[in-house]
Write a protein that binds this ligand. Structure first.
Ligand code: ATP
Length: 455
């Protein structure tokens, strides 16, 4: 039996594939790892770059009123006073088990809608301490002296650099409201309970776009950006059945938000947020104006007397979380196998059906046999030809079936085989990952063949 696909529901398979094939490694592994930190391996970093490029192109090329920015991670601590992050706003409620001393985020063990008054420890059933507010900002010191005056924070979200540069960007780019500023960068949160592989970590990367608009148009733009963001996932091949939206109830809103809709993905461990669309009102610009003394109001036409603080719609997605969702969604197990290497109908082959824009390796070059010098030489020439344009692999080890299998497992789009006919006709066989159809292509037309297929 061939091509019977089943979606795996165990996250451990994704973790194992990620480690085995060089997508994601535990950080500091030779020292036993470091809690909730991960390193992206050769394939992971390519995939991450592909996601970032897809997002950046979507935001800054598709929309001509969105420009880019790359602000610093360390900022004046005044920023975090003004933004509300240093006060109670950016804190989770922490409880500790009196018996096993494990710590939990209260909202993760008690559903806010439930009536449970005295929750117990989810691990051992022990009594819990009273909830305490725990600020998630990671502290650091700037300069050689570690005192109050040199204390600052690693940014917990990238957007504050956008707000503090609002005027710089608007003036230098001669922008008029409405417009957006997009940014990709690292963020840090001292999460109480990092978990589920790369889903919740203390160091992660965000892709955020802040849209500045007239207050009366904010609802219209909220709907517009939500639709745009959902389409981005659909266009990158995420299964529509695995995506949904969740309107965050008023009492659960973050301190800056007037409205929030989460885009959720159905992970093997349940529906979870991958992106937030927020109406931040004028919270950020008005507070930064008040604390910095810099007038951040917008004047539609000089001296009109109609100045106002633009309202902000934010789209905020984690690179790591979305990568995890794309991996889970693409992971398929084919019972009975796709390649001739599989002997039994029960045997399983893994296929990573990533979208062409996200697949880390676009082509693999495989000489049919490795003990024929002319074939190996030709294969290496083809590899050299392709590798300046695409991320490619060269593999001559094992049977051709096994090599196809290895490439399917990492989602390689095309396998290119060089055989005896290639020597006479100067052509190759190109196998398409998804259809498994094979086609003879002349070597001098190979680059444009692949380019056309992945454009
Ligand atoms: P959560 O409720 O899961 O902690 P949040 O609502 O606090 O998330 P936001 O502040 O809206 O998250 O951040 C926007 C996006 O940044 C999230 O949708 C997620 O993709 C990413 N993100 C936030 N915190 C983390 C984290 N600890 N690890 C990985 N990604 C994160």
């Amino acid at each position: 039996m061939r091509d019977k696909l089943t979606i795996s529901n165990g996250v451990e398979k994704i973790v194992s594939l990620s480690k085995r094939r060089g997508f994601i490694f535990p950080s500091s592994e030779i020292y036993g790892g470091f809690s909730s930190c991960y390193d992206f391996g050769p394939l992971g970093v390519e995939m991450k770059n592909n996601i970032k490029k897809a997002w950046w192109d979507e935001m800054t090329k598709k929309h001509d009123d969105v420009v880019g920015l790359d602000a610093s991670i360390l900022m004046s601590p005044e920023v975090w006073k003004a933004s509300g992050h240093l006060t109670a706003g950016f804190a989770d409620e922490l409880v500790e088990c009196r018996k096993c001393h494990k710590r939990f985020r209260l909202d993760e063990i008690v559903n806010p809608k439930s009536e449970i008054r005295n929750p117990k420890c989810p691990d051992c059933g022990g009594d819990l301490t009273k909830p305490k507010k725990f600020n998630l900002m990671m502290k650091t010191f700037v300069g050689p002296v570690e005192d109050e005056a040199s204390l600052t924070y690693l940014r917990p979200e990238t957007c504050q650099g956008i707000y503090t540069n609002f005027k710089n960007v608007m003036q230098t780019m001669r922008l008029k409201i409405p417009f957006g500023i997009a940014q990709i960068g690292k963020a840090f949160r001292n999460e109480i309970n990092p978990k589920d592989f790369i889903y919740r970590t203390r160091e992660f990367e965000q892709m955020e776009m802040q849209w500045f608009c007239e207050p009366k148009k904010v609802d219209k733009f909220f709907d517009f950006w939500l639709k745009q963001r959902l389409n981005w996932y659909y266009n990158l091949g995420l299964n529509k059945k695995n995506l949904r939206t969740y309107e965050v109830p008023k009492k659960e809103l973050a301190h800056y938000a007037k409205r929030a809709i989460d885009i959720e993905y159905k992970f093997p461990f349940g529906w979870q947020e991958i992106e937030g669309i927020h109406n931040r009102g004028d919270w950020d610009l008005s507070n930064h104006s008040k604390h910095s003394g810099e007038d951040l109001k917008y004047d539609p036409s000089a001296g009109s007397g109609q100045e106002y603080f633009p309202h902000i719609i934010e789209t905020s997605v984690g690179v790591d979380r979305s990568l995890f969702a794309f991996l889970c969604d693409a992971y398929q197990e084919v019972k009975g196998g796709r390649t001739k290497t599989t002997k039994s109908v029960k045997e399983i082959e893994v296929l990573l059906k990533l979208h062409k824009d996200l697949a880390p390796v676009k082509a693999a070059v495989l000489p049919l046999v490795k003990n024929k010098a002319e074939i190996v030489k030709k294969a290496k020439q083809v590899y050299k030809l392709l590798k300046s344009d695409f991320i490619c692999q060269y593999d001559e080890t094992g049977s051709i079936g096994r090599r196809y299998r290895r490439q399917d497992e990492i989602g390689t789009l095309f396998c290119i085989t060089i055989d005896f006919d290639s020597l006479k006709k100067d052509d190759v066989t190109v196998r398409n990952r998804d259809t498994m159809k094979q086609k003879r292509i002349k070597i001098n037309g190979l680059t444009s063949y692949i380019n056309n297929a992945i454009m």
